[in-house]
Ligand binder design. Structure first.
Ligand code: AMP
Length: 219
């Protein structure tokens, strides 16, 4: 089964996806992280990808499609949670192609909604553990030991594209591109809207109620 978590920057998609990976038998696929990995490894298209991500702009659909397919090639997971994908209506087709080629079924797209003023606040305090691909927040989701990841102990950094300008740009783009995406999934009857304004545990419980319709938690 395939699930998607979509929503504005700072809505908590990656944080919740990491929680889902612990609770259910799912593989999380974050195009943002997949693209960051290509850039880090200086892979094919690295500089082209960076020219978009650095400004908070969306990477062209065919590059995202290629990067995701490449990433999934050897994994063949039983269940997948995509985070931050699809972000543009052209990527809905791309998602459907990927799902079909994997012999899977798209069952739920969870739209995590938060008001604009919360977006800026969440992004400005965001901290990131690159190796673990885990996010924290200075005020709302603190690491156990300040400045380091809970599990790997690696130092936390600020992402290059978490500047106020890039964050604003990402929010603007989100507003432009998402209505068409939401419309497509509404037509297909797979869209679940939820308010993602509470703390991490509250949001986790709301998402859990949707996930439990399809999957049984591991324990
Ligand atoms: P994220 O980690 O989801 O915040 O994504 C970081 C950056 O990666 C975004 O600002 C985009 O430049 C790029 N990106 C992530 N997901 C997508 C996508 N589905 N389509 C195009 N670009 C994306």
């Amino acid at each position: 089964m395939v699930f998607c978590l979509i929503g504005p920057p700072g809505s908590g998609k990656d944080t919740q996806a990491n929680i889902l990976a612990q609770k259910y038998d799912v593989k999380v696929v974050s195009p943002g992280e997949v693209l960051r990995e290509v850039v880090q490894k200086q892979g094919f298209l690295a500089s082209k990808i960076e020219s978009y991500t650095d400004q908070g702009k969306l990477v062209p659909d065919e590059i995202v499609d290629h990067a995701i397919r490449d990433y999934l090639e050897d994994l063949k997971p039983k269940n997948i949670v995509f985070t931050g994908f699809p972000r543009r209506v052209g990527q809905v087709k791309s998602l459907e192609g990927i799902v079909q080629d994997l012999g899977q079924k798209l069952v739920a797209v969870i739209l995590m909604q938060i008001p604009d003023e919360i977006v800026a606040d969440r992004i400005s305090g965001r901290l990131y553990a690159p190796k673990a691909d885990r996010f924290y927040h200075e005020r709302y989701h603190k690491p156990r030991v300040p400045g380091v990841d809970d599990e790997t102990g690696e130092p936390l950094i600020r992402r290059d594209d978490d500047t106020p300008e890039a964050a604003r740009q990402r929010l603007e783009i989100h507003k432009e591109t998402m209505p068409a995406v939401i419309e497509e999934f509404t037509k297909r009857g797979v869209l679940y809207r939820m308010e993602a304004t509470g703390d991490v545990r509250e949001v986790e419980a709301k998402i859990g109620r949707i996930m439990n319709k399809f999957l049984t938690p591991k324990n």
